[in-house]
Design a binder for this molecule. Sequence first.
Ligand code: GAF
Length: 386
Amino acid sequence: MNDIRDDAVQGFRDTFGGEPVGVWSAPGRVNLIGEHTDYNEGFVLPFAIDRRTVVALAPREDRVLRVASAFADEVAEIDLADLDPERLHGWAAYPLGVAWALGRFGADLAAVPGADLYIDSDVPVGAGLSSSAAIESSVAVALDEVWHLGFDRPTLAKVGQLAENDAVGAPTGIMDQSASLLGRRDHAVFLDCRSLEAIVTELGFAEAGLELLVIDTHVDHAHATGGYRDRREACERGAAALGVSSLRDLTVDDLDRARTELDDVTYRRVKHVVTENQRVLDTVRALRDEGPTAIGELLDASHRSMRDDFEISVPELDLAVETAQANGALGARMTGGGFGGSAIALIPAEARSRLQVAIDGAFAEHDYGIPTTFVVTPSDGARRDR
Ligand code: GAF
């Protein structure tokens, strides 16, 4: 099998000539639980996966940034002095947006050299596994090092988020970049999105004979527009109507009052976030006290909440979840922003092939496109590889 780092180096040579000075990489993520809680200053529990985006980079003599990738035909080029969200378009807005955002966080972009970057990735795009955060995080650690900036990981996560919000135009939270930068092998990142305190939490899937199966439905999702933005606005509306600065300030004990004070739709959006925060805390406690076999029902409840209250699931995700649950999964839920993308199922390792057959069969029966199913393992976050 090809090593994606070799591919990136070869791509660099073919595109720019010469050799990169180094290769950096950052993973995609799966969110185990805690959905649409990050921008409500709540709790999330994602983990970095064994699919990575790789950046081969060399500084230049001049002040030009050039980015090329295996998944785009053109080489994007811009002078460092011209970096501005207005001028960044297409996929290049992710890496170049990071360069711009580093400047917004205090890097002196007038004092750094230009660079050539070649990007390759085996994080599936559009699967809800944060291929975008993987680009942002890999570019962030690479530029941070070659430009001698010395930002810590939580700051680089904010840099990636700013690039995504302002250069790409997607109003997303801090979860994905945090998972990609802070992930650790066999661990999840328990993040308090208000304080940004992160605790790496042992998962112990392998010791318990479990695997985490991803079911990529291939239903397209996009965060820049539509439902994601709408849900975020509903949460802000709900918080304002209930007199709190964010939904983080509410607990399940506040839901009776919320029901009487909010319209039905806003109430259900609020209810999802408030109960989901509690489920994250319960999952962390269950992992610690009983191990991963104890978290299945929490995953199932999270999915029901997203399907019925937050209304961000789609029939294909529901089918993936139900089929997994009916065929031996301990628990299953959609993961990520919703409206498409992937579901995850926590399964006994020996059930994997039976489950894959069952899922393919169910999708064929419904005339849905056959999903891609694969196992992911909790992996290390962004790093320099060479
Ligand atoms: C997307 C966003 F990028 C995250 O910030 C988060 O809000 C997630 O959807 C939903 O939990 O991945």
